[in-house]
Design a protein around this ligand. Structure first.
Ligand SMILES: [Cu+2]
Length: 195
């Protein structure tokens, strides 16, 4: 059995020291997926995981993304450490890698792409901008800034996959027509292959 294991960026020690060896994202059901880790850094110093708001998304915060393919479905788990304590973040998979500007990550990844969406006007149609056609997570941190979130979407990646996850200002994602998918400013972005 092949085990995909990707460490996108790892600038702090994790694990128990010594040779960490290969690892995988095997769940309790024995599925195998990928795991990617990013540590937020200020825009000038980041290459993989960017913070655009050092107060709400502190440099040094660690994001760990697990993607586990299922039978025509995909489970995405996000674990975070050292974020701002006791707050919520709406998190989405976006189409493009992160960059110096929050907008570099592009719009939300959609399994079925909204034909009405344009680069200037991203999809806000709930028929497309919803948590079954996009990947939405609601991350809530505890008093130590740790949080975990998970979603399972009813599709698998084919030739397309997301390229990043974005943490937004609002704790939840709007669902009403004309605002569907919106969650406020982009606080942080983590470039991830989802493979
Ligand atoms: Cu988003």
């Amino acid at each position: 059995m092949r085990i995909a294991f990707v460490v996108a960026a790892l600038s702090v020690a994790v694990g128990c020291g010594g040779d960490p060896g290969p690892d995988d994202a095997r769940s309790s059901e024995g599925e195998v997926g990928s795991r990617e880790i990013g540590v937020l850094a200020p825009v000038g110093a980041a290459d993989v995981a960017f913070t655009y708001d050092p107060e709400a998304a502190p440099p040094g915060a660690q994001l760990e993304l697990e993607v586990v393919p299922g039978d025509g479905a995909t489970t995405v788990r996000l674990s975070a450490d050292l974020l701002q304590p006791d707050r919520g973040y709406a998190v989405h998979a976006h189409t493009d890698p992160c960059g110096k500007n929050g907008t570099d990550a592009g719009p939300h990844y959609q399994h079925e792409v909204d034909p009405a969406a344009t680069p200037e006007r991203p999809s806000v149609d709930p028929a497309y901008a919803n948590p079954h056609n996009e990947i939405w997570l609601e991350l809530a941190t505890d008093g130590q800034g740790h949080g975990m979130a998970e979603t399972t979407v009813p599709f698998a990646f084919d030739d397309r996959a997301p390229s990043s996850i974005v943490l937004h200002e609002q704790p939840t994602t709007a669902t009403e027509h004309g605002r569907a998918g919106s969650a406020g400013a982009r606080l942080a972005c983590f470039t991830a292959s989802f493979r």
